[in-house]
Every structure is written in C-alpha cells, then in structure tokens.
Write a protein that binds this ligand. Structure first.
Ligand code: BYC
Length: 328
C-alpha cells in the first residue's frame, strides 16, 4: 500500500539521518509550517492522515444518501433545488478529500474498495434514517453544525493539502448549516404539527450529532498524537462542548427542547453541562449494527456497479485521446 516513491521510515526509535529528519520535521510543525506531499514525514504521520482523510471522504460520500432520500419529496421546487445543490456539494467535498488523500501516495481506487468491502469507517451519523422533512432541517442544522465545529480547526491542519481542502469545504458547510436552521425555523413558526415534526427531528438527531465528535478524550486512542502533530487542534470533548454551547441557545430560539434531562447551564464554568452519551449505541453503529449501515453500504455498492460503464467509457476515451488525457 502507499509505498510508491515514498519514505517509509518510522517515527519510533530513529537513528542517524532519521533522527535528523525527524527533528527537522518536528521543528517545522512547531513553527506552524505546512507539510507538503513531497516533504519527508514520519510513516505514522502519513498513515494517520490517510486514515482520517479517507474516513472523512467516505463520510461525505455516504452522507449524500440520507439527504438524497428527500430530493424527490422536498416540499417545494425551491427546497428541491437547494437540496440538490447541497447533496452535490457533499460529492464535491468527497472528491477534494480523496484528492488530498491521493497526495499521500494511496490510490482512490484502493480507498473506494475499502469503503465498499466494509473495511473503512465513515461517520456514524450517516447510519440513521431520515424519516420526515424536518430531518433534512436537523441534518443541516446539527450535522453540518457539528461538522463545521470539527472542521474549522482542520483548516489549520499541519498537512497542506488537507488544510486547503478544508477551507473551501467549511465555506460550503456554513451555507448548509444556515439552510438547515432556516428549514427548522420555518417549521417551528408553522403549524403545531410542523413544530412537532421539528421537535421529533431534534429528538432523533441530537445524541447521534454529539457522537460525531468521537469517543470521550479518555477513550480516544489517536487524539494525543494527532494534537502533537497539529493534525487535530482540539480534543473530541473540547469540540463537543463548543458545539453544545453554541447549539442549545439555537434550540431555545427555535422554541424546541434538547432531549437531555441533565442539560443545564453552569454559570461558574460558562458552559452547559450535559448528560452522558450512550457509547454502547455508538460502538454498535461502528460495528455495522446501526439502523441503516447495511442499506448505506448496499446503496454505495449498487452505485459503483451501475457506474462501471462510465469508468469504462472514460478509460476507452482516454486510451483513444492520450494527448487530451495528458493536458487534463
Ligand atoms: N463515526 O481516537 P479517535 C460531514 C473512530 S462528514 C465513525 O477519537 P480520531 C458531513 C475513529 O475513526 C463528518 N467512526 O479518532 C458530510 C477511530 O477509528 P480507527 C466526518 C468514528 O481520528 C455530509 C476510532 O473511532 N468528519 O461532516 O482522532 C453532510 C477512535 O476515535 C467516529 C470527519 O471525518 C464517528 N463519529 O478522531 C453533512 C472529520 N468518531 O481509525 C456533513 C475529520 C471516532 O482507529 N475527522 N471514530 O479505526 C476527525 O476529526 C476525526 O477523525 C474524528 C475522530 C474526530 C472523527
């Protein structure tokens, strides 16, 4: 895997030249310099980035499915056009991210294969169903809201191609969050039935949204090293707390209730205190036992099979027009 022309030296027990390279690498990280694809990097740094960026790319692609489910049933033509554009944006995010991962020496085919054969992870959140139109509002508001909270610091990630991809992605995610909140606001200002629908969506999506940030810091196996390498800038719990602090007042503004009996404002700390997450549910979803895991993977596999003719046609065209392929 990802060995072509790339330095495979490890970050552990370096000697001679390696120790020097590692010291120089650490200095660059400390100085907030970006690491670029052709620069030397410890093998574990490369591996961590491939893991995180590819999981992120898969999440964007699988993330198109729950919302895609409502394109044919959006309540108005305008809502439909907005939703189509949003789902298309997610496809674009997936492509930038696969592109960023490829700069680390792994092929897109290999990453897609890992997704399709079930070996690769993608965000737990996309294994939940979208039962009503309000779920599309809740996804924009909460899921994209959580994504922005997690991803804004990634714009300062030490790896250049990932950081630059995130700048564009975050701009689009901000628009997605606003459109989701606007759907929720419209429903909450509508009929009692519409408001109930909005409350139902908040009830369903609140806890899965909190799970998006990953395990508690005490159980997160990668956070410490990723922070040291400035891939991650905040821990999972820090980001989750920021999200709760920003989102609870928004729920108050909408006039709907966060489904957490333990939620309260702590004036001393200046933060909300919230109840404990059902980590058992989280791990079950990661193991493939969430409400929609099988359906999501099946949908991706079918899409891949149905797209075979496009790949074949593109390959045949490239074969026939090598000059155009080189120019592209
Ligand atoms: N779901 O040590 P930890 C989007 C895994 S897309 C599934 O804390 P790390 C959007 C984790 O990968 C949202 N798996 O790991 C798209 C690790 O597994 P492995 C996706 C999870 O990497 C469309 C293990 O648990 N965003 O926004 O330091 C429409 C231990 O965790 C989850 C990104 O991918 C989870 N929720 O931190 C709308 C952002 N949480 O690899 C929106 C980039 C943890 O050891 N990724 N795991 O087998 C990250 O920031 C980090 O990778 C995470 C996890 C915070 C997710």
């Amino acid at each position: 895997m990802y060995t072509q022309g790339l330095d495979q030296r490890s970050d552990t027990a370096p000697t001679g030249d390696d120790a020097e390279r590692l010291a120089a690498f650490r200095q660059r990280i400390d100085a907030e310099e970006k690491i670029e694809p052709k620069d030397w990097m410890p093998v574990e740094y490369r591996r961590t980035l491939i893991r995180q960026i590819s999981q992120h790319a898969h999440s964007e692609i699988v993330g198109m499915l729950p919302e895609g489910n409502w394109i044919t049933r959006a309540p108005t033509l305008k809502r439909k056009a907005i939703l189509i554009a949003k789902v298309q944006d997610e496809a674009g995010h997936g492509l930038y991210l696969y592109g960023a991962a490829e700069t680390l020496g792994v092929s897109r085919d290999e990453l897609v294969e890992q997704l399709l054969n079930g070996r690769a992870k993608y965000s737990s959140i996309f294994n939940y169903p979208t039962l009503t139109w309000a779920d599309i509002g809740a996804i924009g508001w909460l899921v994209d809201g959580a994504a922005i909270m997690n991803q804004l610091p990634l714009c300062r990630c030490s790896y250049g191609p990932y950081a630059r991809a995130m700048v564009r992605i975050c701009k689009e995610e901000s628009f997605h969050q606003r459109q989701g909140f606007e759907i929720m606001l419209t429903l909450c200002r509508g009929s009692p039935e519409q408001k109930r629908m909005a409350q139902g969506a908040l009830d369903r999506w609140w806890w899965p949204a909190l799970m998006m940030f990953g395990p508690n810091d005490t159980d997160s196996k990668h956070t410490a090293q990723s922070m040291a390498w400035k891939i991650k800038r905040f821990t999972n719990d820090e980001l989750r707390q920021k999200f709760v602090d920003v989102t609870v007042p928004q729920a108050d503004f909408l006039g709907i209730k966060v489904p957490d009996p333990d939620l309260r404002w702590n004036a001393e700390s200046g933060h909300y205190v919230f109840g404990s997450i059902d980590w058992n549910e989280f791990h079950e979803v990661l193991k493939g036992n969430g409400p929609c895991n099988r359906e999501r993977l099946q949908a991706r596999r079918s899409a891949h099979e149905n797209g075979a003719w496009v790949r074949e046609a593109a390959a045949a065209y490239a074969e026939k027009h090598p000059a155009r392929r080189a120019a592209a």
